[in-house]
Design a binder for this molecule. Sequence first.
Ligand code: BTN
Length: 246
Amino acid sequence: VGQNLITIQHVDSTNNFLKDLLSNSKPVSEGTVIMADSQYAGRGQQQNRWHSEPGKNLTFSILLKPVFLPVQQQFDLTRAISLAIINALEPFLGSKLKIKWPNDIYYGDGKLGGILIENLLQGSLIKNSVIGIGLNINQEHFPPEAANAVSVKQILHRDYDLKLILSEICKNVEIAYLQLRSGHYDVVRKAYLSRLYWLNEVKIFKVKDRLFEGKIVAVRDHGPLVVDDGHTTSEYNQKEIEFLNK
Ligand code: BTN
């Protein structure tokens, strides 16, 4: 992963760029990384925009071809990638790094980064997986709509070399990916859970218009979040539940 690195200055979205290459039937080798200095239409989860100050942060996409992974198990890829980022950043940032379900990278209560995985299927197999990663590294000020964003620089008060962090992430993505490929789902699932933000803590959640206290007790193999509200445990998909800070 990362041997073939394509850097572009200005692009709509590195995910789009990579998907365009694939749909034009260009041969793109597994592990290719597209990195941009700036994106003018960066995309986040759930139709959100991803804003990042040009030249300050990491915005890139990795191409994987997890043909061994049945589509029902695609959440394991989400797990592996989230973990890889945590493992890459851990030497700098330590144990306050967490994964906010399903795949946000948190430091304390601040959002350090996010992941947007777009799987292109062939039948029930994942032929191409476009893994977009945005991480706040050297940005110092965030707009009000990104009120809970945080960057490595805000935490450690120095600038970091983007390519250096990128190469740590690529190394760790490869390790986690090979773990999946050799069928060690259990290892990946356990490590993911051990890093989960809010696990077993009583917090406030919002489902439809109901606010309630509850705690995350598990994540199902295929991805749903399991929350115990003191009476019953229920499972939620990403669009169904919100975390309410404070
Ligand atoms: C999120 O937290 O909502 C996911 C953010 C993902 C952003 C990255 S930046 C590189 C890649 N290209 C995109 O357009 N989005 C992802």
